[in-house]
Design a protein around this ligand. Structure first.
Ligand code: ATR
Length: 296
């Protein structure tokens, strides 16, 4: 990136904090968005050590940054250092986007919206009325599960190696959104009653992510039904072994790049107030997809 691209009189600055941050494609995404909207936002990644998290948050705000993204491992820990968070982020228990202002720092979870928007764009349908199987019960699962409940999913089955983590997400949903969530251990996937009742299956675990591309979140003889929509929140590789298996059954598949794209767009809109219309979104989506394929 050229220095003149970075600093102009109107430049707003946003940060990414996490550890590690070197692998992140968010700087590329925000550079692409800024160039297309013509609204200068400089986006800089910072690796922050755990003992420095509070001072990093306060420092970013004190320096007048427009906001920041938070990535692994601070999406939950950052909450205690913020002045306020949205209701959705509170339910999810994680924040990935923070808006800074004179009034203080305010946190959002745009991962949840990112998943729902990517699902909508790539499948032409939404989560309303669907029975959804979600594999994994970490931070990403919380965002996807809570969002599915808010958006009107009929039933949500959360399956995890440690069942107590799945149970805790189901409890949050059943108490605060609607009684529609159920928790199971991973062994439940060995019988196909649960999965065959689902319209949508989502992998939120890291199984299959580069470099461990041979790993699968299900047994290799797991059977899909061709009417199911199968999603993986992993985007590196773009097609995980899980998605390849689903394709063999004729399923529509959705990878994690769309979720990453739409969470970034939502963050950009929160920081700058600039709305991307549908035409621009399509253009950006296509260029992001093209650029990213060659760089992973
Ligand atoms: P993230 O914030 O990206 O969701 P995370 O909070 O570390 O990441 O969650 C990772 C998820 O992948 C968890 O559901 C984890 O299962 P546990 O809760 O039982 O740890 C799941 N996971 C990771 N490695 C796994 C493995 N080898 N087998 C089964 N599940 C695994």
């Amino acid at each position: 990136m050229q220095t003149e691209d970075i600093i102009t009189e109107q430049s707003q600055v946003a940060a990414l904090i996490g550890n590690p941050v070197g692998h992140s494609v968010s700087p590329q995404l925000h550079s692409l968005i800024s160039k297309s909207t013509g609204f200068p936002l400089t986006y800089l990644p910072f690796k922050v050590d755990p003992q420095d998290l509070e001072s990093a948050v306060k420092g970013i705000n004190a320096l007048g940054f427009t906001g920041f993204n938070v990535t692994i491992p601070y999406k939950c820990d950052v909450i205690k250092y913020l002045d306020g968070i949205s209701k959705e982020a509170r339910l999810i228990g994680a924040v990935n986007t923070v808006k800074c202002s004179r009034e203080g720092t305010y946190g959002y979870n745009t991962d949840a919206d990112g998943f729902a928007k990517a699902f909508q764009k790539e499948t032409g349908s939404d989560l309303k009325g669907k029975t959804i199987l979600i594999i994994g019960a970490g931070g990403a699962s919380r965002a996807v599960s809570v969002k599915a409940a808010i958006d009107g999913a009929e039933k949500i089955y959360i399956v995890n190696r440690s069942i107590e983590k799945a149970a805790s997400i189901a409890e949050i949903i059943n108490k605060n959104v609607r009684s529609c969530a159920f928790a199971y251990g991973l062994q439940e996937l060995e019988h196909d009653e649960l999965s065959s009742a689902c319209n949508v299956i989502v992998n939120t675990t890291s199984l299959g992510m580069h470099p461990n591309v041979d790993a699968l979140p299900v047994k290799k003889d797991f059977e899909f039904n061709k009417s199911q929509i199968v999603c993986d929140i992993i985007y590196n590789p773009l097609k995980t072994r899980f998605l390849k298996l689903a394709e063999e059954y004729g399923c529509v598949t959705v990878n994690g790049l769309g979720m990453l794209f739409f969470q970034g767009i939502a963050a950009y809109e929160i920081w700058t107030g600039v709305k991307c219309d549908d035409g621009l979104l399509n253009e950006l989506y296509n260029s992001f997809y093209r650029s990213i394929k060659f760089e992973l």
